[in-house]
Ligand binder design. Sequence first.
Ligand SMILES: NC(=O)c1ccc[n+]([C@@H]2O[C@H](COP(=O)([O-])OP(=O)(O)OC[C@H]3O[C@@H](n4cnc5c(N)ncnc54)[C@H](O)[C@@H]3O)[C@@H](O)[C@H]2O)c1
Length: 239
Amino acid sequence: MKVVVVTGALGGIGLETSKLFKERGYTVIGTDFADSTDSTFEKFFQGSITDETMWKEIQGYISQKHGHLDVLVNIAGRNYLDQIENAKLAEWRDMFEVNVIGMVTSIKYVSSLLKKSKQGAIVNMSSISAQIGSDGYAAYCATKGAVDSLTKSLALELAPEVRVNAIAPGWIETPFTLDGLQKSSDPVAYRKQVESMHALNRVGLPAEIAKSIFWISSEESSFMTGSVVVVDGGYIVKN
Ligand SMILES: NC(=O)c1ccc[n+]([C@@H]2O[C@H](COP(=O)([O-])OP(=O)(O)OC[C@H]3O[C@@H](n4cnc5c(N)ncnc54)[C@H](O)[C@@H]3O)[C@@H](O)[C@H]2O)c1
């Protein structure tokens, strides 16, 4: 039985991804801030992605129950909106703590289990924001730039046993982006503007990102590692 760990497993993209892996026959282990009794998960770990104690428990559970791990999907992430003159350094530090160090922590604790799989894969959640920048979201963009660099270096470090890739989505409809929408002065007009910035003239769905994550973790992409794959409905080409 193939085993996957999904972080941020209760979020918009995380839950769709967990369900897709389950549908495709994987045993799914989830983790997030909140707890879950959803039958999608064989086991759920509640806690912060940055908590080493939790990762030691996850490592111990997988070692004992399965002896190996096939896929780690790092989805947990947060956002912070501010102009640089007003920047709260504690928020910046927490952005890096969650979006980057959290990823480093999960990889540190499960990479030996991934090496035991015949086709281990890590998928890190980046964003096109790392490549295009975003007014007011400098902290977010900087953390996603770090995710891209981390992905490339760890692809070298963990090869050939484990492939490491990142997915960089455009605007996907989840609580994460709806929150940003609500912070704008005219959410309806902003939404229309965002849609028109994508060549496909719409925003993406969490299920569309889940499919890309599944593909890049699977045999179908067996010669890919160190790649940051853009899944953005044509946002970058249009802008
Ligand atoms: N939605 C988009 O348009 C979009 C675009 C590009 C990239 N992303 C990235 O995709 C990922 C998921 O985004 P989403 O849209 O599903 O957002 P979401 O807010 O629905 O989900 C994020 C999940 O991460 C969890 N999380 C946050 N901080 C955590 C922490 N410290 N410890 C444990 N869990 C934590 C949250 O509880 C939540 O369940 C994020 O990394 C985000 O940066 C999203």
